[in-house]
Design a binder for this molecule. Structure first.
Ligand code: ADE
Ligand code: ZN
Length: 351
């Protein structure tokens, strides 16, 4: 990062947080299903829901930990049956991302959540991929897919999923690991990650959301991931912090998710400033925006409003990190960083 971040009037920071170009590297497309869309798809597909109304469903979004969220999240995804459902869900998220000046998004999807209900994997991947292609053409956002394995299921099930997805290898850029973390360490998935590596795919994994620093070490050293999703528990291990900084391993941090799932007592207690100031490549992401109270710009504005001491310098670093840590081409990254620099120069020049 060679850009000298100019002095910005703090009053201008909220607008700058919104306007600055940014990449989203950690969001689950099934977590973008708003209650209204869950009800609309349930009606369209004749699926019976356990809640009587949008309001009743929203009221159930009071989570105490990751598992309490996942139970509701998997139930919400049960309305997705047809290729058009996956397409519509992804286009709705991509519209929100464009509105938040997200220039690049790498979206997770969980094929097993759907194939285990009898939805063919081709339906899932084709619907999501068509949405990426159309949004890129019509709205200029760069969008890619990362296939996640559900870690509460077996590695054999992950391998079967991976093999079924391989004919679509041109439609996703990497693999990841999500769902219930504690008790399902990364090394459980060593073989399937080795297969994905052989295929030249990018590798990421959730680690250190609720799980211990050891899970981050094994994601790095056994799975050979390029980024860590969440990773906020790394502060418990100074040697791990040094390793992450030295190897410039990005952490895809999700502030509103961490608040909603009680990873930190309040948003003000979040450790994002500590991560940045230790030289880690931290980024801000929305995780499951329909469930956690906001998309990218809400994550940025609430974080900067509530965590003491965050400045324009931190904002620039977070946006820069997100572009740097994305799996986009070097040419695209250069173009987006120039736009980022311009956004900061304009905000500094504004009287
Ligand atoms: N799946 C969707 N959101 C998740 C999260 N925050 N952690 C693990 N798995 C997830
Ligand atoms: Zn996640």
């Amino acid at each position: 990062m060679s850009f000298q971040v100019p002095a910005i009037d703090p009053a201008r920071l909220p607008a700058l947080l919104q306007a600055m170009p940014k990449a989203e590297l950690h969001m689950h497309i099934e977590g973008s299903l708003e209650p209204e869309m869950i009800f609309a798809l349930a009606e369209r597909n004749g699926v019976k829901l356990a809640y009587d109304s949008v309001e009743a469903l929203r009221r159930a979004y009071a989570f105490t930990d990751l598992q309490s969220f996942l139970d509701i999240y998997y139930a919400g995804a049960s309305v997705l049956l047809k290729e058009q459902d996956f397409y519509d869900m992804a286009r709705a998220y991509l519209d929100r991302a464009v509105a938040d000046n997200v220039v690049r998004t790498e979206m997770f999807f969980d094929p097993q959540t759907h194939t285990d209900r009898g939805v063919p994997i081709d339906v899932v991947i084709n619907g999501l991929h068509r949405a990426c292609v159309d949004a890129e053409r019509e709205q200029g956002i760069s969008a890619a897919l990362i296939l996640c394995f559900l870690r509460h299921l077996s590695e054999d099930a992950a391998i079967a999923t991976f093999k079924a997805a391989l004919p679509h290898k041109d439609k996703f850029i990497g693999v990841g690991l999500d769902s219930s973390e504690v008790g399902h360490p990364p090394e459980k998935f060593a073989r399937v990650f080795a297969m994905a590596r052989e295929e030249g795919l990018h590798l990421v994994a959730h680690a250190g959301e609720e799980g211990p620093p050891e899970y981050i070490w094994s994601a790095l050293d056994v799975l050979h991931v390029e980024r860590i999703d969440h990773g906020v528990q790394s502060v418990r291990d100074p040697q791990l912090m040094q390793r992450l900084a030295k190897d410039r391993i990005a952490l895809t941090v999700c502030p509103l998710s961490n608040e909603k799932l009680c990873v930190f007592p309040t948003l003000a207690d979040h450790n994002i400033k500590q991560l940045l100031e230790a030289g880690l490549v931290a980024t801000v992401n929305s995780d499951d925006p329909a469930y956690f109270g906001g998309y990218m710009n809400t994550n940025f504005t609430r974080l900067f409003a509530e965590v003491p001491g965050l400045t324009a310098q931190h904002a620039y670093q977070l946006a820069f990190n997100s572009i740097y840590a994305s799996f986009a081409s070097v040419g695209d990254k250069g173009r987006w960083v120039r736009r980022l620099d311009e956004a900061f120069e304009e905000a500094a020049a504004a009287a």
